[in-house]
Write a protein that binds this ligand. Structure first.
Ligand SMILES: Cc1cc2nc3c(=O)[nH]c(=O)nc-3n(C[C@H](O)[C@H](O)[C@H](O)COP(=O)(O)OP(=O)(O)OC[C@H]3O[C@@H](n4cnc5c(N)ncnc54)[C@H](O)[C@@H]3O)c2cc1C
Length: 460
């Protein structure tokens, strides 16, 4: 019987994980990487799995979203985490690495594996390249800076309008850090009292004329993140950063995302301007500042957003940004095992699927490799429970109506319900996270049992 062979495009974080997972199980892999021939401006080294910005793989704490994801990745035999631990530098409870040693170690592990053929080449048409190397399955793990010809191929053959080139991220604030006495729930144009309190989808932050004008002034003066030389920023008019809108004129924001029309306060007064906050999850534990994508640097965002009514002690789960990023609307064009609906032997892994972050991207490499391995063994794709970190990321990708890349956080997992007493204050939050972490680990262990049974214990 002919041996299966897998083509993986991109030796970044996801591609390296996928190649290693398959090769360790005896599957032949052709790993094709373009950067030695055609590096993008963020790349500095020639070796695989390059960390292009910070050297941190984030928290190791098992009761954080990142800690949970690491627990699951280690159980799946993550090369990225093993190399990370061998090349770690001190960083408290985070896993930070010596990025050069990290990348060299991963590169060496890959090229020395007899089942991996590492080829320096830019892929333009993956089907042609797959044919050239006689591969049965293809994985596109070409990342946020996928080269232009390949991006054009993906758009034409797979995604059409469901492929994005820029990512405008609005900040997300932790609900517990807000002063709710200064905010009110109401959906635009719904009569006052139509949805009582938390029944409404939006929480509103009303501003007086003076507060609004100060806010706009601060936005125009604040320090911005300069675009990288490969980011010629061309914005969609419907998705302008708030600082760009503020620069266009004092009133622009009041006619844009800070429009107060239809947002009467409970007393029936129309505020001068209004920031709308949308629930990030069913729990209402985090809120997205609607339309607040911004180029302001992080320090300035915190300083200026904390001047908003109710935001004095605001803590942000993540801050806003605008950057170059190629990603799919996975829920529309991919199946839950991340194979293409259009071309079933073609899979996507890494940031291009719509996750955000080094570890999240790597975890998608492991996930896809596992699904391909099952396929090679004539097994059905396996669903990861939504209560696990990997399962929650997949569920997020598959259910987004307006895709917006996300890192792993507890808001993506189904909530645990606590009594009022248990859920109160700081301890309640910690207690909830602990319960979610324990539940996730139990569900993941059950999944491993199933995989061991299906695959007769091969390497789990
Ligand atoms: C400028 C920038 C800074 C970032 N900073 C951070 C950060 O600080 N922390 C964080 O957690 N995340 C960060 N990210 C987000 C993201 O997590 C990383 O980009 C991560 O490396 C994505 O992993 P990946 O495997 O999907 O893609 P990558 O790691 O980018 O790997 C993709 C690989 O595919 C190759 N490739 C592209 N096109 C082709 C082609 N046509 N043929 C063959 N090979 C190809 C590329 O050269 C690359 O090596 C950043 C992203 C960018 C763009």
């Amino acid at each position: 019987m002919k041996e299966s062979k897998v083509l993986i495009v991109g030796a970044g974080l996801a591609g390296s994980e996928a190649a290693h997972f398959l090769a360790q199980r005896g599957i032949k892999v052709v790993l094709v990487e373009s950067k030695a021939k055609n590096p993008n401006p963020a790349q500095k080294v020639k070796t695989a799995a390059e960390l292009v910005c910070t050297n941190s793989l984030k928290s190791l704490n098992p009761t954080s979203g990142h800690g949970l994801l690491k627990f699951e990745m280690e159980k799946l035999g993550s090369l990225i985490l093993a190399a990370g631990k061998k090349t770690a530098v001190p960083a408290g409870d985070a896993l930070a690495v010596d990025r050069v040693l990290f990348s060299e170690l991963i590169h060496k592990t890959l090229v020395e594996n007899p089942n991996i053929t590492y080829i320096e080449e830019e892929v333009i048409d993956p089907l042609e390249t797959g044919k050239k190397y006689n591969c049965d399955y293809l994985v596109l793990a070409s990342g946020p800076l996928t080269t232009e010809p390949l991006a054009a191929w993906i758009k034409e053959k797979i995604a059409n309008d469901d492929f994005y080139f820029y990512d405008a991220i609005a900040p997300v604030v932790d609900a517990e850090s807000l002063d709710f006495s200064k905010l009110y729930y109401k959906d635009r144009y719904k009569p006052v009292g139509a949805e009582e309190g938390e029944e409404a989808d939006y929480l509103n932050c009303p501003l007086s004329k003076e507060e609004y004008e100060n806010f706009v002034f601060e936005l125009t003066q604040a320090e911005k993140v300069p675009p990288k030389n490969f980011e010629e920023l061309k914005y969609f008019e419907a998705c302008l950063p708030i600082d760009t809108m503020a620069e266009r004129g004092k009133e622009t924001l009041r006619f844009g995302c800070m429009k107060p029309v239809g947002l009467e306060t409970p007393e029936g007064r129309i505020p001068y301007a209004c920031v709308q906050l949308r629930k990030e999850n069913l729990l209402g534990s985090a809120f997205n500042l609607v339309g607040f994508q911004t180029r302001l640097n992080y320090k300035e965002q915190v300083r200026i957003f904390q001047t908003l009514p109710g935001f004095k002690d605001a803590k942000f789960i993540h801050l806003g940004s605008v950057h170059r990023n190629s990603f799919l609307h996975s829920g529309r064009v991919l199946n839950f095992d991340l194979s293409s609906k259009e071309i079933p032997c073609l899979y996507f892994a890494g940031q291009i699927t719509g996750v955000e972050g080094y570890t999240e991207s790597a975890s998608m490499g492991l996930y896809v490799a596992l699904q391909i391995y099952r396929k090679i063994k004539n097994l059905e794709p396996i669903k990861f429970p939504n209560e696990t970190a990997v399962g929650a990321l997949i569920n997020y990708l598959m259910t987004q109506t307006r895709p917006s890349p996300s890192s792993i956080n507890f808001g993506l997992l189904p909530p645990v319900v606590l009594s009022k007493k248990e859920g109160r204050g700081r301890d309640g939050k910690k207690f909830k996270k602990n319960l979610m972490a324990i539940r996730a680990q139990e569900k993941f262990e059950d999944l491993l049992k199933q995989m061991r049974y299906d695959l007769k214990d091969e390497g789990f």
